[in-house]
Design a protein around this ligand. Structure first.
Ligand SMILES: Cc1ncc(COP(=O)(O)O)c(C=O)c1O
Length: 396
């Protein structure tokens, strides 16, 4: 059976009849199916109670989740099995589960975009798959076949295809995650896991600015740290974010939108900003911190590096001290600072607040490089700019 829009409508996505259907095997390579034991079909149980979709003009990130979610189990000795799409809802978990005590978990973040001609597409999803497996390796969790990961993402989005918003700047945020739910108090890797994918429509990051980029104010944290060498900074795990909340609270007090982290040892080298990577243009050189184990290898970061090199702009992945950044602000050579990530794509920084002093960047204006990168990347994601790198993967 082909799983297309017509089928979705027929199967009662917006009706009330409870139906159980199977997705066609087209999305699933045979190799993947054999390995995961999904035996040729992805079971789908459609909701009997479809939700009202939120108003596209007032989407709040992480508030409205779609009608369905993907779940797959892992058991030691059996591998990943029982992939299925079921109605979105609460999950049952034993209070003694490993994840609730020792935080053995991970997550990913990506988006599906609707193009002007109605296609729905992902941006570099195999990079999310590869990053997921690097995180899993660090967290002693079982890997997931990359094809299986991308197929599961596609199938989940397809199940709720009507939820992909179409207004400019909107997208469907995709949150794959894995939790360890073996009942155990021993501090050892679990033997049972759940992999899930949930979806929520999200509005434009710069909603308050009519969709136009605007420069933000960032707090430079010189007391708390996010990640140290040998830790989990390069992995996408909840603990990294929980540990950062204390600094986020400080940032709010200084009227800053996010935190620029410094290195754990000397509190001198710039690392990354909140849930983004950071780029600094000083003179004609664009600098970003090297991937040394403490920062997350962002997919947008990789995309920006690729584009800058192609455009003939001098770009370096090298250590950069906050003192050099502040000196450049004072002597007028700090041309641009911007954050890169799935949420905002490119977020220009206009002020760095460090040790109770404000350091201005480009007179608090959006720089031309940030704007060009945003237009190119967001344009590619939404089909307005030709995808010359094969970064886009179409769902339908
Ligand atoms: C800590 C951190 N750094 C950087 C990024 C940017 O990564 P990406 O460009 O893949 O969204 C994210 C977002 O996932 C993040 O959480």
């Amino acid at each position: 059976m082909n799983w297309n829009l017509g089928t979705l409508r027929r199967t009662g996505i917006s009706g009330t009849l409870r139906t159980t259907r199977t997705l066609g095997t087209r999305n699933w390579s045979l190799r993947t199916l054999r390995r995961t034991g999904i035996s040729g079909t992805l079971r789908t149980t459609r909701t009997t109670n479809p939700k009202q979709k939120p108003d596209e003009d007032h989407l709040v990130f992480g508030q409205n989740f779609t009608d369905h979610m993907f779940v797959m189990e892992y058991d030691e000795g059996k591998g990943w099995h029982d992939g299925r799409i079921i109605p979105y809802g609460n999950i049952s978990i034993d209070p003694a589960s490993c994840v609730l005590h020792y935080a053995q978990m991970m997550f990913e973040g990506m988006k599906a975009y609707k193009t002007a001609d109605g296609h729905v597409q992902l941006f570099r999803p195999y990079m999310n798959a590869a990053r997921l497996n690097r995180t899993n390796e660090r967290m002693c969790m079982p890997p997931i076949d990359e094809e299986l990961f991308v197929s599961a993402v596609k199938a989940t989005v397809l199940a709720d295809i009507d939820w992909v918003p179409s207004k400019p700047g909107t997208s469907l945020y995709i949150r794959p995650f894995i939790l360890s739910d073996e009942v155990s108090f021993s501090v050892l890797p679990a033997k049972h896991y759940r992999f899930m994918i949930i979806l929520c429509p999200s509005g434009p990051y710069y909603a308050g600015n009519m969709g136009k980029l605007s420069a933000t104010r960032i707090y430079v944290e010189d007391e708390f740290i996010r990640a140290a060498q040998g830790g989990t900074g390069f992995a996408k795990v909840g603990g990294n974010y929980a540990g950062g909340m204390k600094a986020s609270q400080k940032a709010l007090k200084y009227n800053c939108k996010d935190v620029l982290w410094l290195d754990a040892r000397d509190h001198k080298l710039v690392e990354e900003i909140g849930t983004s990577n950071a780029f600094f243009k000083i003179g004609d050189e664009v600098i970003t911190a090297p991937l040394g184990g403490t920062i997350l290898p962002g997919i947008t970061r990789n995309t920006v590096l690729t584009l800058l090199k192609e455009w003939g702009i001098k770009v370096s992945e090298r250590p950069l001290s906050i003192d050099d950044v502040c000196a450049a602000s004072e002597n007028g050579t700090l041309a641009e600072v911007f954050a890169t990530g799935t949420a905002a794509v490119i977020s220009p920084i206009g002020t760095l607040c460090y040790k109770d002093k404000d350091f201005l960047v480009n007179n608090n204006q959006v720089g031309p490089l940030a704007q060009r990168l945003y237009d190119t990347i967001y344009g590619t994601q939404t089909g307005k700019v030709a995808d010359t790198h094969n970064w886009v993967v179409r769902i339908c």
